[in-house]
Design a protein around this ligand. Structure first.
Ligand code: NAP
Length: 265
């Protein structure tokens, strides 16, 4: 049990990667705040699953793009569990269009949830970590922040400029706050998944031809599962990675290895 007596807020944990992280954190002994925006029933199901396995969890509705919602979610977490030790800023959406057809609304919506949402969650997390640790001389991290990024923080993605720009933003956001918060003993890292089988990319894995095409991009020749990312998140949240901050861990079956060049380019 690597996260015993710690409380974790995981945004967007009603589905996909966030859900797997919530369940894995619960198994490691953490109290889990299962955040959702629209999928209340799915969030309650995750809470049920964590409790059935002997953990503790609550579901909290908050739109990560809204400051007031974030503040309330942190207040609720403290009221129920006493303190907050880990925040995984995971919520994210896609809203695709070719560049010239992309509306301002599509651009702003994705930037707001995928990037501004991470800013609001991480800022609130840092404030709580510092306030909680007042008067202590910590030997380990007083708090951990994990930003959910994507291989598209490095790989350009035509037809998805809002998404790629948001994740490119997360990369530099994460590194800048990691630099600023390290002296305060707060660790900040990112996970950049490749293709993980969740509702966000159902159009890919529900078509045989699309899956075949996808395999050309994955040297390890399988689509990732949410649990692959959850295992990395447990490690980054635990003291096993205590000397690691400002890093991005690519969980992508080798997608970042320029697979197009595997056959002589
Ligand atoms: P998913 O299954 O569609 O889950 C998205 C989650 O985000 C849901 O729990 C959803 O909650 C939540 N969410 C959406 N809008 C929100 C808002 N305004 N406020 C709070 N929560 C909101 O997608 P996923 O694949 O697990 O994606 C999770 C993260 O991983 C995203 O940041 C995504 O960019 C990243 N990622 C995924 C992949 C992949 O291949 N799947 C690859 C790279 C990166 P509700 O349903 O309750 O609204």
């Amino acid at each position: 049990m690597k996260l015993t007596n710690q409380t974790a807020i995981i945004t967007g944990s009603s589905s996909g990667i966030g859900k797997a992280i919530a369940i894995a954190f619960g198994q490691e002994g953490a109290n889990v705040v299962v955040n959702y925006n629209s999928s209340r029933d799915k969030a309650l199901e995750v809470v049920k699953q964590i409790k059935a396995a002997g953990g503790d969890a609550i579901a909290v509705k908050a739109n990560v793009g809204k400051e007031a919602d974030i503040l309330k979610m942190f207040e609720k977490a403290v009221a129920v569990f006493g303190q907050i030790d880990i925040v995984v800023a995971n919520s994210g959406i896609q809203n695709d269009a070719t560049f010239m057809e992309m509306t301002l609304e599509q651009w702003e919506n994705v930037i707001n949830i995928n990037l501004t949402g991470q800013f609001l969650c991480a800022r609130e997390a840092a404030k709580h970590f510092v306030a909680q640790a007042k008067g202590q001389t910590p030997v380990r991290a007083i708090g951990k922040i994990i930003c959910m990024s994507s291989v598209h923080d490095m790989i350009p993605w035509a037809g998805h400029v809002n998404y790629a720009a948001s994740k490119g933003g997360v990369l530099m956001f994460m590194k800048s706050i990691a630099q600023e918060l390290a002296p305060l003993k707060i660790r900040v890292n990112a996970i950049s998944p490749g293709a993980i089988q969740t509702p966000i990319n159902k159009s890919v894995w529900s078509s045989e031809q699309n899956m075949k095409d996808l395999m050309n991009l994955i040297p390890y020749r399988r689509i990732g599962q949410p649990e692959d990312v959850a295992k990395a998140a447990v490690w980054l949240a635990s003291d096993d990675s205590d000397y690691i901050t400002g890093e991005t861990l690519y969980v992508d079956g080798g997608m970042m290895l320029y697979p197009e060049f595997s056959d002589n380019g």
